[in-house]
Each structure stands twice: as C-alpha cells, then as structure tokens.
Write a protein that binds this ligand. Sequence first.
Ligand SMILES: [Cu+2]
Ligand SMILES: [Zn+2]
Length: 218
Amino acid sequence: MLRYLVVALALCATICSAAQARNNAIQAIAYLTGPVQADNSQVKGNVTFTQNDCGQNVHVRIQLEGVKEGKHGFHIHEKGDLSNGCASMGGHYNPDKVDHGGPHHEVRHVGDLGNLEVNSSGTIDITYTDTVISLTGKRTIIGRGCVLHELEDDLGQGNHTDSKKTGNAGGRIACGVIGVNSEDLEEWPCRDGGAGALRSSLSILTVIVAIFLARNHN
Ligand SMILES: [Cu+2]
Ligand SMILES: [Zn+2]
C-alpha cells in the first residue's frame, strides 16, 4: 500500500515539475513612434517586455532607431491614451504616490526606467531587467504608455523643481501603448504570491514527502 503511495507521489512530483517547466512566459510589446523631425528623422522601434512567470523580474528589450545621440529619459506613463499623441499619456505610472527616482533607487515611480544612452548611430538595441514593473497582477503595465524623452532624466537628483516629479527629462519624442504579445493567457491574472511560486513549493513538498515515506518503508 505504502509502495503505491510513494509511486503516486513520485509521479505527481514529475508532473508538477513538468508543469513548472512549461513555457508560459508572458510577453508585451509597445511600438514606439514620434513625430517626423525637421531633418526627416523619426524615432521608431519596438520595446518588448518578457516575464517568465508570475512575480518574476521583467526583461525589457529596447530596439529603436532615429534617436539623437545622448541620454534620454525612458518611462512607463499611466495612460495608454494616444488621442493627443504622447501628451495624453499622463504622468509617470506611480501607484504608490511617491517621488520620482531612478530604476535602482528604493524610492521610485513604478514607471521609472531611467535613461537610454544612444550613440551617434542613432540606433539602440539593449536588454535589461527591471525588478519593479510587472506584466501581471493589479499593477500590470499592460495598457499603459511607454515614453521616450528628449533629455536626460536626472533620476530625482537634480535641482530643478520637476526633478522629483519627472526627472526634468523634457519633451516626449516617441511613445507607444503597451499591448499583449502572448498567447498563453492561462495564468492571468496571477494570484498574489504568484502561481509559479505556489507550483514550485508544492512540487518540492511532494518530493520531500515521497522521500520520507520511501525511507520509512525500507
Ligand atoms: Cu516620461
Ligand atoms: Zn518618475
């Protein structure tokens, strides 16, 4: 009897781990564009966001062209409203109502992604990981705005009156709405704590129980 139980538990552990390994990354995309400039250049390109499971960090890939050389503030803004171009996307996404900061600061807007540094080619293709934004749960950034600014974001460290609000990053030179780019919606929205974390602890627990039972039996 016990032997069957051990086999059943081991089987369950295998199935649970298989479910864990399933490719269920959640992906979102924003196509950014800006107005055509006097020199005929235009900022455009994709920003893709990938979250491998509920509650995990988000990998952000930024592929843009037509950007002037230098540092440019880059944020998630609260609205996905393009009715008046980038101007109608509202302020930085800031559900905690705190001061503006940099991506690695303890105090920051959820939407504060810092600066993009662009070289003289005007193109950029970088990937970085952010620990605050999420594609799931109550604070999903999906449906909100992704905005590139004319100037460098001072990350809340400047003397300007706007420093603690916007980083004084100047005008909005390109923007786009963050949309779903994923077919697997099974996990949405994540429960608090994350379904991935729950599955993971369940399968570990099952393995421990199976080992314990097998030992006692022999
Ligand atoms: Cu902004
Ligand atoms: Zn901000």
